[in-house]
Design a protein around this ligand. Structure first.
Ligand SMILES: [Zn+2]
Length: 299
C-alpha cells in the first residue's frame, strides 16, 4: 500500500504534467473504483484547468478552475502513468515491471499540453471524488482528519496537545488518523526508533502535567519529519510493483533501520540489542529494546 511518502512522490511526478494544463477530455472506463465515480464525472472535469495539485495525508487534490477539487486516492495498487509526446515513458517496461495490464487502466485524462495521464489500479481500492473547494475540510474524506505530518502544523507543542492525558500506547496514538493523518506503520516504527521511544509508552507521557511538550515530544517530531523527508527524497519505500509517475522504475528498497528486521542486530553503533517484533493493534511493531527502553518513553 502506498504510504504518505509514495503519494508525495507521485504528486511531485504529476505536477509538471498536470498543473496549468486544461483537461480536454476524460476516458472513464468503469462506473466505479472502490466507490462509484461522482455524478457527471467526465462533464465536471472536461474543459477545466488544473490550477494546483496538493496532497492531504494520502489523498491527492487537484484544484480545478470550476472551483471543485478532484480528490484522488491510490488505495492499494493505484498508480499513474504519464505519456507525453510519445517519448516520456516506456510502456513495455512499465507493463512488464508493474505486471499491470491495460485492462486496469480505468481513467485517462487527456490534457491541453499533449499529456495523457492514466490511472491504473489492479485491485481498485483507490477512488476519485469531486468536492467544492469551500467544502473540502468538511467533506466525508477529511472531516475529523488529524494533522498533516509533513506540513508546518506538526510540532512538539501540537503533539503534547493531542497526546496529553492519553494512556494508549504511543504506537497506537501515532496510527490514529484523527490525531495525525497519513503516518503508516513503517514510518511510525522508524520514527520511534530514531527518537529512542518505546512503542508501548503511554502517549500522554509526551506532555508534562502542565501540557507542555517533553524533550521526547520534540525528538519524536524531528524523527517523523526526518524519516518522511528521507523517504520522499528516495522516491518512496518498498513497493515492487510500484512505478514512478514518469514511468521509470525509480522505487527502491528504502533503508529501514528496524522495520521488518526482527532478529537482526540493531544498527545503532555500539548497541548490542537486536530488533524485536511485537504486535500492537493487530500490526507488527519493530523496535530495539536497548535503544527504546520503556523509561525513555516517559521523558
Ligand atoms: Zn539498539
Amino acid at each position: 500500500m502506498p504510504e504518505l511518502p509514495e503519494v508525495e512522490t507521485v504528486r511531485r511526478g504529476l505536477v509538471p504534467a498536470m498543473v496549468g494544463a486544461r483537461i480536454l477530455s476524460v476516458e472513464q472506463r468503469r462506473p466505479d473504483l472502490r466507490f462509484p465515480f461522482p455524478q457527471n464525472f467526465v462533464a465536471r472535469l472536461t474543459e477545466q484547468s488544473i490550477t494546483a495539485l496538493d496532497r492531504r495525508a494520502k489523498y491527492l487534490l487537484a484544484d480545478l478552475s470550476s472551483g471543485e477539487v478532484l480528490i484522488m486516492h491510490l488505495g492499494m495498487t493505484g498508480r499513474f502513468l504519464i505519456a507525453q509526446n510519445g517519448a516520456a515513458v516506456s510502456p513495455g517496461d512499465f507493463h512488464f515491471a508493474a505486471g499491470g495490464a491495460q485492462t486496469h487502466d480505468h481513467v485517462v485524462f487527456h490534457l491541453s499540453n499533449g499529456a495523457a495521464v492514466t490511472y491504473n489500479d489492479a485491485r481498485r481500492f483507490g477512488f476519485m471524488d469531486l468536492v467544492p473547494r469551500a467544502e473540502l475540510e468538511t467533506c466525508r474524506h477529511f472531516v475529523g482528519m488529524g494533522l498533516e505530518p509533513l506540513g508546518g502544523a506538526l510540532s512538539g507543542a501540537a503533539v503534547a496537545r493531542l497526546f496529553r492525558g492519553r494512556r494508549t500506547p504511543l504506537k497506537a496514538a501515532l496510527l490514529d488518523q484523527r490525531l495525525i493523518a497519513g503516518l503508516g506503520n513503517i514510518y511510525i516504527c522508524e520514527a520511534l526508533f530514531r527518537a529512542g521511544l518505546h512503542p508501548e509508552a503511554p502517549a500522554g507521557s509526551l506532555a508534562t502535567a502542565g501540557g507542555e511538550p517533553t524533550d521526547a515530544a520534540h525528538r519524536l517530531v524531528d524523527a517523523i519529519r526526518a524519516v518522511l523527508a528521507e523517504a520522499v527524497a528516495a522516491g518512496g519505500s518498498t513497493l515492487r510493483d510500484y512505478v514512478q509517475t514518469d514511468g521509470s522504475l525509480g522505487y527502491f528498497q528504502h533503508a529501514f533501520r528496524v522495520y521488518d528486521r526482527a532478529g537482526e542486530p540493531c544498527v545503532t553503533p555500539g548497541c548490542a540489542g537486536a530488533v524485536t517484533r511485537l504486535v500492537q493493534s493487530g500490526r507488527s511493531t519493530f523496535y530495539c529494546p536497548a535503544c527504546q527502553p520503556p523509561a525513555r518513553g516517559v521523558r
